[in-house]
Design a protein around this ligand. Structure first.
Ligand SMILES: C[S@@+](CC[C@H](N)C(=O)[O-])C[C@H]1O[C@@H](n2cnc3c(N)ncnc32)[C@H](O)[C@@H]1O
Length: 411
């Protein structure tokens, strides 16, 4: 990690925490080089991409295998994963806590195994029945944290929304009928990849919690927890979209308020859950069943709260691993989480350019920047008109862009 003394974290109204210049920065200055805490190479590019430095040798496969499998008949994507050299393999192993690398590889295989199993049984999902009775699970009328005693739960209120969303997850993952309706659904490969990334982070948590010898050059799970958490804003933004576009949902909750009993009865609650959030729950069910069946079951895999801790940080903070690292028409090889690099807000007129250098992300001033000025990158293309840019950012990152350019162009 290399942080220059040119930037610091401050708070900016409407945009949260942000990196700002601590002095005049001249165009071309490197302001930050950051290492990832966790990465995943997508299933599609696994055979040709080095798990450590991300060198992609397509169409040649990696020279050094990550896993020495005995079973050639049953090759899973992760069993083809590897490194471009022994040096990269050694770096991967020594840069993890003891045993950690092995657990990560086994987690990958468990996820591939579950994916393959579902691929074989695709379309055989048991339809959901209306026999779901989550009141049994909660032991009747339980009022949970954040839930008001009045007649409605206000989803605009962060604490109420948080308590209700947590309740819905609990009800969903403890409902046998709901689980039966979801446990054969084949996720898209992107979701299986995200499960691998989440597993890597939770393995780091486990090793941070239990390791005796602290390896100081390894980034801790707590650094990941400093990243912005977007579960509530994601729920609210998809809920708003749902009540605008779905007549029934509009009738049920036009003002973001839902009846209190939707926090106690799963059949009622589920009507208020946007499909994007249902897809997140499905992803967790996939994740948990992968580890339930794995040869080395991992106890933390059955905790949706831990899964959500990472999922809703990954969503607003991960960086794509692009190849070539800079330039036109790159391929997306995977994703990486960089705890130190997450304070660059988005601007539709960015002053910082980022590119990948091997495993690291490098951030360079693209113009002269004044002392105190905010340092911003672009989260994707900034070519469209203001409404289209804001809609894309809202859809993908759950925020309404408040950059100077958007604010000027929308007045
Ligand atoms: C990678 S984080 C950046 C750091 C973040 N501001 C924080 O406090 O941790 C991305 C989040 O920052 C906020 N953000 C970034 N750029 C923004 C912008 N142009 N307008 C409004 N919010 C922005 C959004 O909440 C977004 O989900």
């Amino acid at each position: 990690m290399h942080r220059t003394n040119t930037l610091k974290v401050t708070s900016i109204s409407g945009r949260g925490r942000a990196y700002c210049a601590t002095r005049h920065i001249t165009k071309g200055t490197t302001v930050l080089i950051s290492e990832p805490i966790a990465t995943v190479v997508s299933q599609e590019w696994l055979p040709e991409t080095c798990l450590w430095c991300f060198h992609c040798s397509y169409p040649r496969r990696n020279k050094v295998k990550a896993i020495l499998t005995q079973d050639n008949k049953r090759k899973l994507p992760s069993e083809t994963a590897g490194f471009c050299s022994e040096t990269c393999k050694n770096l991967a192993i020594t840069n993890h806590r003891c045993e950690e690398w092995d657990t990560v590889v086994n987690a990958y295989i468990a996820i591939d195994d579950e994916y393959r199993l579902r691929e074989q049984h695709e379309g055989l999902a048991t339809p959901a029945t209306s026999e779901v009775d989550s009141n049994d699970y909660f032991g009747g009328n339980v009022t949970r944290q954040g839930q008001q005693a009045g007649n409605t739960i206000d989803l605009n209120d962060e604490a109420q929304a948080e308590g209700w969303i947590d309740t819905v997850w609990d009800m969903a993952v403890n409902s046998p009928a709901f689980l039966a309706s979801k446990n054969s659904i084949l996720p898209d490969t992107y979701k299986a990849d995200m499960c691998k990334l989440i597993a890597s982070c939770l393995i780091r948590k486990h090793h941070c919690d239990t390791a005796d010898n602290d390896n100081l050059h390894i980034q801790s799970y707590s650094s990941l927890m400093q990243m912005q958490y977007n579960e509530i804003s994601r729920f609210q933004s998809h809920f708003k979209k749902m009540i605008l576009t779905d007549e029934l949902a509009h009738e049920l909750a036009k003002d973001m308020k839902i009846p209190t009993h939707a926090g106690q009865d799963f059949d009622t609650a589920i009507q208020y859950v946007p499909e994007e959030i249902l897809a997140d729950i499905e992803m967790y069910i996939f994740f948990a069943s992968a580890f339930e069946k794995s040869k080395t079951p991992i106890e933390w895999a059955y905790d949706h709260r831990l899964f959500r801790q990472v999922l809703y940080r990954e969503m607003s903070n991960s960086f794509g691993i692009w190849d070539p690292p800079e330039g036109s028409e790159p391929e997306l090889l995977g994703w990486a989480l960089h705890p130190v690099a997450v304070y660059f807000n988005h601007s539709c007129a960015p002053n910082i350019r980022k590119f990948r250098q091997g495993r690291n992300m490098v951030f360079i001033a693209d113009q002269d920047i004044e002392d105190g000025q905010e340092l911003c990158i672009a989260y994707g293309s900034v070519e469209e008109k203001v409404q289209a840019r804001r809609a894309r950012l809202s859809e993908h990152y759950s925020f309404w862009c408040q950059c100077t350019r958007c604010c000027q162009e929308s007045t």
